[in-house]
Design a protein around this ligand. Structure first.
Ligand SMILES: C[S@@+](CC[C@H](N)C(=O)[O-])C[C@H]1O[C@@H](n2cnc3c(N)ncnc32)[C@H](O)[C@@H]1O
Length: 288
């Protein structure tokens, strides 16, 4: 675990340790990239043995680092499995492989996060990029869960997997505001699913749904979450790319959607190399 010019690790008054900004951090800025201490396959049986074996192979210093991390299941007598399950992050979307990161593991959760964490498979590091400007001494917060979920679902997931009751800005809203937020998030989740089903059969309709997602993201103060904007942008780019040859009208907005997607990927991960967008953009540029 290490401090840097940009951040420090400090005791919070609500959640053990956390990361705090040492100076103003700008949206899209890389805050840290870090290699995992250990990697394990979370789909395999006997996780305890798998994690313990890997930890036992670490240097004395790294072993100490690992055992200094928080175990939310047995805080007073931490186990290798408890530390693993409290802190592990997937090495890419849908991956069975998870890593334990000495510094990044200290980042607490918020349902309105100011950073995005993701695995860079080219550099083999977990990266943390700022989703908005972060003021000096503000806590650096990521999201552990899907933010299209309503409050009850978010609270349940966080309690089950991380053993805490979330009292972030979003979860602390009044009952009336919370209900409105829940409805918007439900619509976002439905629209997201509908795009996938309409993409090939009715691309024009899928595009309308995508525009609606952008509107709802704005209404719900989620438009700054570049990962969600990038997700819808990427879906639309796919639809336009695949259909632009047969339907010229559909292709007319492709550059704007490509730019939105690229900007979003750059903001939350500093690149767009790990997705097929880059190849498709090159193919599209050659064709037009
Ligand atoms: C990955 S660790 C984060 C770092 C941890 N605070 C520490 O001291 O090492 C996850 C654990 O931090 C705590 N935590 C994270 N976000 C929290 C929040 N918003 N409110 C309360 N506890 C939180 C929970 O105990 C959770 O299981």
């Amino acid at each position: 675990m290490c401090d840097s010019e940009l951040f420090r690790i400090e005791k919070t008054n609500y959640a053990g340790f956390g990361l705090y900004a040492n100076r103003k951090i700008i949206r899209g800025q890389l805050i840290i990239n870090e290699q995992p201490l250990i990697v394990y396959d979370r789909n395999k049986s006997n996780l305890t043995k798998q994690i313990t074996d890997k930890v036992n192979k670490l240097s004395i210093e790294d072993k100490k680092l690992f055992y200094s991390l928080y175990d939310c299941y047995l805080p007073n007598s931490p186990t290798a499995l408890g530390i693993g399950e409290t802190n592990c992050l997937p090495l890419g979307q849908g991956s069975n492989f998870f890593g334990i990161f000495p510094t990044i593991s200290r980042i607490n959760h918020s349902c309105c996060p100011n950073v995005y964490h993701c695995w860079n498979n080219t550099k083999k590091v977990e990266t943390i990029y700022a989703l908005k400007d972060i003021e000096k001494d503000e806590e650096i917060l990521t999201s552990y869960i899907d933010l299209y979920a309503d409050k009850a679902t978010r609270q349940k997931q966080l309690k089950q997997s991380f053993r805490f009751d979330c009292s972030c800005q979003l979860c602390s809203k009044s009952t009336t505001d919370s209900k409105k937020s829940d409805i918007r998030r439900k619509v976002l989740s439905q629209l997201d699913e509908e795009i996938a089903t309409l993409a090939w059969s009715m691309p024009e309709k899928a595009l309308i749904k995508a525009e609606q997602i952008l509107k709802y993201l704005k209404d719900e103060d989620m438009f700054y979450l570049a990962n969600y904007v990038g997700r819808v942008g990427y879906d639309v780019f796919q639809i336009l790319f695949m259909n632009s040859k047969v339907n010229k009208n559909l292709g007319s907005n492709i550059q704007a959607w490509a730019q939105l997607t690229k900007d979003s990927y750059m903001t939350c991960s500093g690149n767009y190399d790990d997705c097929i967008l880059k190849n498709q953009l090159e193919i599209y540029a050659q064709q037009h």
